[in-house]
Design a binder for this molecule. Structure first.
Ligand SMILES: C[S@@+](CC[C@H](N)C(=O)[O-])C[C@H]1O[C@@H](n2cnc3c(N)ncnc32)[C@H](O)[C@@H]1O
Length: 199
């Protein structure tokens, strides 16, 4: 089943059905304070469609899946730059600081060590007034068995609870605001949005 999702068209169809695109839109609208002209880094950009909600942005998307990047490049290549690479010391060398760094659906694909290493890197790439916004699935007490099962079955093997996500942030940043949301998707689903900024 998971291998089907590496096909961009099937992935996009499923994302549309469950309201994942809507969740990204709400996330941009409610949590990013985006203004046209801002420099955006989207790590784990997937098919790149979040750019539709960031008009006139100076956008760079990174993803490790070549098929997704090819799709994003084909559809949005005039509006942003897309690279098939992860963020590491080499790839971040040439990047200027960003106003907004987005990681939608990325953290739950990374183990704790990788999340902390990634946070350390993005911290160096953020403008002093900049903001990081992440969106992931989240375990919470009392959530329905259906939602819990969906989180268990996620392609990302590191879905966490709120306390664990926040404790990872606090390894690198002084403060973060976390929001638990049950309404961002069109299916029963629990998300956590983290807003991180520099002091
Ligand atoms: C759940 S998808 C989310 C895609 C997109 N952000 C969205 O909102 O639809 C997670 C993405 O992270 C990418 N990914 C996983 N590990 C990565 C890494 N270390 N660096 C960059 N991208 C990564 C995967 O290829 C996948 O496209």
């Amino acid at each position: 089943m998971f291998s089907l999702l590496s096909n961009p068209s099937i992935y996009l169809y499923v994302q549309g059905l469950i309201g994942a695109k809507h969740a990204r839109w709400e996330c941009v609208r409610q949590f990013t304070s985006y203004n046209p002209g801002q420099r955006i880094l989207d790590i784990g950009c997937g098919l790149g469609y979040v750019i539709e909600y960031l008009p006139e942005s100076d956008y760079i998307g990174l993803d490790t899946d070549q098929r997704y990047i090819d799709y994003a490049q084909g559809k949005y290549g005039r509006r942003g730059l897309f690279f098939c690479q992860e963020l590491n010391d080499e790839t971040m060398k040439d990047l200027e600081p960003f106003d907004l760094i987005i990681m939608n659906g990325l953290l739950h694909h990374l183990d704790n060590r990788s999340v902390i290493a990634l946070f350390k890197r993005v911290k160096r790439l953020l403008k002093p007034s900049g903001r990081i916004v992440t969106l992931d699935g989240c375990y919470v007490e009392g959530q329905s068995l259906v939602v819990r099962k969906m989180l268990d079955l996620d392609r990302g093997k590191y879905v966490r609870d709120e306390k664990t996500y926040v404790s990872l942030v606090s390894e690198v940043f002084d403060s973060a605001v976390s929001h638990i949301r049950h309404d961002l998707f069109w299916i029963p689903y629990t998300s956590i949005v983290l807003q991180i900024s520099l002091p």
